[in-house]
Every structure is written in structure tokens, then in C-alpha cells.
Write a protein that binds this ligand. Structure first.
Ligand code: 8YV
Length: 328
């Protein structure tokens, strides 16, 4: 029997490629060429599966042009690149890569919070540029982390892992806002109190965003929300570009209406709003929240498990739209 065929849209770990070759006819992209939408369609046509990274848009046009496609396996927990409604209507399964990246991404969120609050990259640039001539009592004075109030917007797995770090590691008071309130046990594990979004923005010393990107979460933080924040507060976005209005944030940072921001994700990335590149009080990283080699390997293997399980085995591990499976 011939093997199903899949496209791996981006370069992957060689061992994951080897694994996938045991089960599939694989069209790989180890050269890591950028695939235009037209090139993606051309490469995907006639294939049953795609290993995507969270960056490739699998939309109605792609789905219509590739009727043999049965599964999109994202090597990411976020899946705003997949048009799940159209996929479900066409009987195409989507899978994501949850859990395996939770603690690594929470570590990173906390690192970004600390770098922002304590002005680590800003002061390093100063040192590297040779401007450090004398020490001064107030040079690069930042804001405290321990004992302050942490506000988490989006209390899923990663949000809860950040809240635990704040409560247990840094003695922070934790408040959160989420689409739905957590149960008592989950709130107790994070020592977190549910508040409205406005109360969170008014009272938190550090606001961390971990919400999935949807049309409803677009610009969760814009000029009006920034205006509610304390002038000493910091904002961290490790969720998705578009959750924050980057132009409004750059203006608030420039005018010191908030103390600082740490951003790992951007509207229109890899392009970064030019105003963010010129304000000093922002820490900028290129979407590396889950980037440790063990975690990226675990994410890739989970995407591979989903492809293998669905196309050749006992079923996928982490389906996004399991109703597609029920119809089979
Ligand atoms: C991915 C992410 O590395 O999992 C997610 O949703 O944002 C990152 O961990 C990124 O999407 C590239 O795949």
C-alpha cells in the first residue's frame, strides 16, 4: 500500500524528518524557503497532511485548492493560522501542540517581565555603546517585581504557570482576567483572584498577556486600556501580535504613560512597528517564547505524532476540532 503524502512547510529537526519519512511520502523544506500562498498551494496539492509551524495560513482558498488535505498539524499551541471553521466544514482535522511548551514559555514570560522591569536590555545597550563612564545612584532604576501585583490576562495553561511563578517564587499578589473564571482548586494553586479587565489594568504593577488571538481578542490592549494602567506599570505580550495595538503602545512608552513593555510577538511580524524600534523602554525578542531545543523538539514530535496517529494509526493526540473525527 502506498504511503500517504505530506508537506512539511518549514525546516524541522532532522530526526523528526527521519521519523516522518518512515510513515509518509514527505515533501520537506529543509532549505527553509519562504512559501508564498501560491507556492504553499502548489506544494500542498494532492497531499493528505501538512506539518505547519503556526506561521502558514491554511485558509479557505488553500483548503478549496487542496481537496485531498485531511489534517493540518501545527507545531504550535496557537492556531490562529488555521481557519478551523472552514476546516471543520470540509472535514479537515486541525491539531496543535499544547502542554509540552507550557513551562518553557512561562519561564520566558517571566524572563521578559524581569528584563522589562529591571531595564536589562536597555542598560546593556548603554554599556555596550561605551557610554558607561560613571555609576550614579539612580541609573537604570527600574520597578520591583517581588511583592508587587501581577495581572495575568488569559489564564490558560501558560497563564497559570506564570501566575504560579509570581505567587510562589516572588511573593506576588496575583490577579487575573479570563473569558471564564477558573475553579477554586485552580485559583488556589496559583493564589490568584479573578477581577474585571479594567480592575486588573488599574491595579496590576505588571500585566502579562497570554490570550489566544481571535477576532474578539484583537487589540485587547489599545490606547484606552493603556490609559488605565499605572505610570509605573509594565506590560508583557507573549501571546500573539494583534493582541496589542503596537502603535498605541509605542506612543504610551514614548510619553512614559507606562514604565516599560516586553514584547515577543508583533502585529505583522517579522516586521516590527518602527516606533517600537526607537523607544528605549521596551524589550524586543523575535517570537522565541517556546525556544529551547528540548521543548521545540517535543513540539515537533507532538505534531508528528498527530500526523502519524491520524493518517496511519490510532488517532491524533491533540485535536482542535474533534468533531471531524466523530463524523468518520
Ligand atoms: C511557536 C507559539 O514556536 O506555540 C505557539 O503558539 O507561538 C510558538 O511556540 C510559533 O508559533 C512558531 O511555530
Amino acid at each position: 500500500m502506498s504511503k500517504p503524502s505530506i508537506l512539511i512547510a518549514r525546516a524541522v529537526f532532522p530526526e523528526v524528518l527521519q521519523r516522518l519519512r518512515q510513515y509518509f511520502e514527505v515533501d520537506d523544506n529543509q532549505a527553509d524557503e519562504a512559501l508564498s500562498p501560491a507556492a504553499l498551494i502548489a506544494r500542498l496539492r494532492g497531499k493528505q497532511g501538512v506539518f505547519s509551524t503556526g506561521m502558514e495560513r491554511i485558509d479557505a482558498e488553500v483548503l478549496a485548492a487542496c481537496p485531498e488535505l485531511r489534517i493540518c498539524a501545527n507545531q504550535a499551541v496557537g492556531y490562529n493560522n488555521l481557519d478551523i471553521a472552514t476546516m471543520t466544514a470540509r472535514g479537515v482535522l486541525g491539531t496543535n501542540a499544547p502542554d509540552v511548551l507550557t513551562e518553557t514559555t512561562a519561564d520566558f514570560g517571566f524572563a521578559l517581565l524581569m528584563a522589562t522591569a529591571r531595564r536589562i536590555t536597555e542598560s546593556e545597550h548603554y554599556l555596550r555603546s561605551g557610554r558607561w563612564q560613571r555609576w550614579r545612584y539612580d541609573m537604570f532604576a527600574g520597578v520591583d517585581i517581588h511583592g508587587t501585583t501581577l495581572g495575568v490576562i488569559g489564564m490558560g495553561r501558560i497563564g497559570q504557570a506564570i501566575a504560579r511563578r509570581g505567587a510562589h517564587g516572588f511573593g506576588m499578589k496575583v490577579i487575573y482576567h479570563n473569558r471564564s473564571r477558573l475553579d477554586g482548586a485552580a485559583e488556589a494553586a496559583c493564589q490568584a483572584r479573578y477581577v474585571s479587565k479594567d480592575e486588573l489594568l488599574r491595579t496590576a504593577d505588571h500585566v502579562v498577556l497570554v490570550v489566544p488571538y481571535t477576532p474578539q481578542s484583537h487589540h485587547t490592549i489599545g490606547a484606552a486600556e493603556l490609559a488605565l494602567m499605572k505610570p509605573t506599570a509594565t506590560l508583557v505580550n507573549i501571546a500573539r501580535g494583534g493582541i496589542v495595538d503596537d502603535a498605541a503602545l509605542a506612543a504610551a512608552l514614548r510619553e512614559r504613560r507606562i514604565a516599560g513593555a516586553g514584547l515577543d510577538v508583533f502585529e505583522g511580524e517579522p516586521t516590527v512597528h518602527p516606533d517600537l524600534l526607537t523607544v528605549p523602554n521596551v524589550v524586543l525578542t523575535p517570537h522565541i517564547g517556546s525556544a529551547t531545543l528540548p521543548t521545540r523538539l517535543a513540539m515537533a514530535n507532538l505534531a508528528a505524532d498527530n500526523l502519524i496517529g491520524f493518517l496511519t494509526g490510532d488517532g491524533p493526540l491533540t485535536p482542535i476540532n474533534p468533531e471531524v473525527l466523530d463524523r468518520k
